[in-house]
Design a binder for this molecule. Sequence first.
Ligand SMILES: Cc1cc2nc3c(=O)[nH]c(=O)nc-3n(C[C@H](O)[C@H](O)[C@H](O)COP(=O)(O)OP(=O)(O)OC[C@H]3O[C@@H](n4cnc5c(N)ncnc54)[C@H](O)[C@@H]3O)c2cc1C
Ligand code: SF4
Length: 571
Amino acid sequence: MSNINIASIKARTFDAIVIGSGISGGWAAKELTGKGLKTLVLERGREVRHITDYPTTMKQPWEFEHRGQLSREMKEANPIVSKCYAFYEGTEQFFVKDAEHPYVQEKPFDWIRGYQTGGKSLLWARQTQRWSEFDFEGPARDGFAVDWPIRYADLAPWYSYVEKFAGISGNKDGMDALPDGEFLPPHEMNCVEKHFTDSVAKNYSDRRIIQGRAAHITEAQPIHIQQGRATCQHRTICERGCPYGGYFSSNSSTLPWAAKTGKMTLRPHSVVHSIIYDEKKGKASGVRIVDSNTKEMIEYYAKIIFVNAAALNTNLILLNSISSRFPNGLGNDSGLLGKFVAFHNYRATINAEYEGYLDSTTDGRRPNSPYIPRFRNVYKQETDFLRGYAAGFSAGRYQNENRSGLGEYLKQNILNPKLNDVWHVGSHMMGETIPKESNFVTLDSNLKDAWGVPQLKISVDYDDNDVKMTKDYFEQLSDMFTKAGFKNIRTNDNNRTPGLDIHEMGGVRMGKDPKTSLLNKWNALHHCQNVFVTDGASMTSTSTQNPSLTYMALTARAADYAVKELKKGNL
Ligand SMILES: Cc1cc2nc3c(=O)[nH]c(=O)nc-3n(C[C@H](O)[C@H](O)[C@H](O)COP(=O)(O)OP(=O)(O)OC[C@H]3O[C@@H](n4cnc5c(N)ncnc54)[C@H](O)[C@@H]3O)c2cc1C
Ligand code: SF4
């Protein structure tokens, strides 16, 4: 250790350490500092400050060297991240490039990451649905993974708590499979989306189309104005960073809020190597980092540690935290650390055309779209596959620019665009996958990254359940589309590799029994109770709903518990 003297150790000692400053780490920082804890936030990437560090947010298409497209060189150098729809010339600076942070694909896995303050919260698509009782009771009811140690009622008040602060828009739809939240006004549907909604309501008793619930401030409340955030302007270039704070990101919301308390120290360029375990005290005492600029290894100390490095990196850090008490990774007495990793099945899409409403067109922009909540196997098992899927849906009638011809002819074509003579409609599936022991991550025993940390080896794949679910989605959506009068229906199984859904979860799952799980009902390691994991790694199963709102609620709940226990002298 460098510089062993009392003053130095004191300067490196905090009440709490948070690893990672993305969606979940931002919430941990806000909650812990808000409750008076001197908190160190360790972030491996560079600092990205709200507004000042969004270099492309005001750029017009013609101001980009490649008109906003990826250059051929960028695509060739980054075959993995180039597959992500949100990676383009305006957002390149917020994504991890393939060569800089290598990992081992034992099976193909597109690992999409954002290493900077704010993590992927800058980039996300902001869909924010609560999970329901059917999700938390799922494994016990359907006999897979292990029983969650919590139920919806445990999380409901914490969903309300985070929703009010983050700002979530939506309708109160009154559905069992999709609990209502604390909503700002919803975005609107267009006429063809309403037509589909009405058609589904008329033809099915078990399914609904609703407006998506999204982390956008559609009507700023005093709590948002206090954060310096304003009502969303519907520019739909959110992933470049939003100067209005119109959507929720750690950079615009939780991190500045934590900084205002004066209790937060944010240290960028800090690659967490491992967590230090104190054998005598029987708990963790701190964290080892590698400064990414100097490559110096430095230790920091705290009474509680929140691990929020995003699901797979959290697995990596725990697997790399070796001591004589825990030779296979911190808290890993069960041998299950890194196992039961799961994700969302996003490989299916369906498109069609609609010839009605030709007196109407889409106008303006909307950073959100309608949502088809899960309707399969909700109340009872009714198919030959387990669980179900939700789906996105949208309709649009766009201008058809004819770019053919040359000279005056080309000019006239471009100056006089015509409306498409049909509406285009489309949907994508968001399927729950079943966590299995055979889907896992480990550390490669030879390969290390540029900071001396072992590379993560990922071995994750689809199974037969996913194939059956995809088939059912095609059948059901084709039927729903046909009943709505949509024509030219085309289904597409793109067979894309797991990972691109960017909803990887598990490996450090919650559970009741320390023999079959890593975390207790408060997200603390069963065997090292001052270490909390509240990102996707903690998830016992995956639901069909997007996961980040649930990470926020779990984090706020765990922080509340941790501080109370700390005050009682239990941690
Ligand atoms: C294009 C896109 C669309 C998405 N759409 C949605 C959506 O609509 N709804 C939804 O719910 N989710 C969505 N997601 C997923 C969402 O972004 C993640 O679920 C969420 O960001 C996870 O939060 P997190 O705190 O676990 O991780 P992150 O936000 O990724 O933050 C993790 C942080 O930890 C840091 N870190 C990692 N390793 C270390 C280390 N060793 N030491 C120090 N720091 C470390 C990283 O640099 C990063 O800043 C989307 C993601 C993308 C990219
Ligand atoms: S659409 Fe809203 S949230 Fe997105 S960039 Fe524009 S103002 Fe910001």
